[in-house]
Design a protein around this ligand. Structure first.
Ligand code: MEV
Length: 322
């Protein structure tokens, strides 16, 4: 059988991370400038049922049966096998490559899952529908951080701007006017699981205080939705700033992210905030398209290790690396 390859984009949460875990709404967009790719190759010489996992980015190269069963890729292969009611896979090797930085708020784990689920199911002749791909990716996310909201697997599977509320059907977001974002990586890796667990601990200790912050974030998200749907892009900037302040109150920002947010403002951004789990990883800045390169350069000078420029458009995101 020839190789089958599938890919999935990264993502950025425009508004509402962390609060979304607590059933508040959030808005996310795909980031197509970075991708995870999964390729499946037939292994004609190998014993039937042998699945070789090959993920050079995380230094994994081993037969499935010899890998820790809690390893996310191992869970994923078994979930796909169960979903397809396969007694066993034909002997195969699955190779994963990704240029989405790990533990940086851009959805690397979910993107790897979505690409791998698609490649494996297509390889055996039963490509799974998006709903099932997203559901399996969610189960794998649960291994990464226990209580995921489901926003990462959803936006990455559907690769469209979405409005997301945990437990409710997600909605594709109507984007009335395109807008430009600069994404900058602080270079600090920060697993989402740790930040989510800390917020949970704080919420348990002081539910009134933290529910009030989550409600304030929900209010920002609702106003942002109206702006996006009505094309009031200038009004989105101050909402990003408000969201960032609320994330600081959740204690999920850090000096490096705050510095990049301040730098983006000084360089002419309309607003800026951290994205994803926080404590490191990436931030985004809303910019006039003509200023994007200048803001990206200022962020690099201020210590960002990488920047991306992306445009959120009515149907999909487009752009290029800087
Ligand atoms: C992670 O990309 C976003 C968080 O809100 C966690 C989640 O939604 O599962 C921090």
């Amino acid at each position: 059988m020839p190789a089958i390859t599938a890919s999935a984009p990264g993502k950025a949460i425009l508004f509402g991370e962390h609060a979304v875990v607590y059933h508040r709404p959030a808005i996310a967009v795909p980031v197509t400038q970075v991708k995870a790719r999964a390729s499946v190759f037939a292994q004609i010489q190998a014993p039937a049922g042998q699945v070789w996992l090959d993920a050079p980015d995380i230094h994994l190269s081993a037969v499935l049966d010899e890998v820790d069963p809690a390893q996310p890729l191992a869970i994923l292969v078994r979930e796909v096998q169960r979903e397809l009611a396969l007694e066993r896979f034909p002997a195969l090797k699955i190779t994963i490559r990704s240029d989405i930085p790990l533990a940086a708020g851009l959805g690397s784990g979910a993107a790897v899952s979505v690409a791998a689920i698609r490649a494996l199911s297509a390889f055996v002749g039963h490509p799974l529908p998006d709903e099932t791909v997203s559901r399996i990716a969610y189960r794998v996310e649960q291994v990464h951080h226990g209580t995921p909201s489901g926003i990462d697997n959803t936006v990455i599977t559907y690769a469209q701007p979405i409005w997301f509320l945990r437990g409710a059907p997600f909605e594709l977001l109507k984007v009335a006017q395109p807008f430009t974002l600069v994404i900058a990586d602080s270079g600090i890796t920060s697993p989402t699981v740790a930040a989510v667990q800390d917020v949970r601990r704080h919420h348990e200790l002081d539910p009134l205080k933290y529910d009030a912050i989550f409600d304030a974030i929900a209010s920002v998200v609702n106003r942002a939705r109206t702006c996006i749907e009505q094309g009031q892009i200038h009004d989105l900037g101050p909402l990003m700033d408000e969201n960032h302040c609320l994330l600081k109150r959740l204690d999920v920002s850090c000096g490096a992210l705050d510095h990049l947010v301040d730098t983006a403002h000084s360089a002419g951004a309309l607003g800026a905030k951290l994205i994803g789990g926080g404590r490191g990883g990436n931030m985004i800045a809303l910019v006039h398209a003509v200023d994007a390169r200048l803001v990206a350069e200022a962020l690099l000078r201020a210590g960002a290790v990488r920047t991306l420029i992306t445009e959120v458009t009515p149907h999909q995101t487009q752009g290029g690396a800087c």
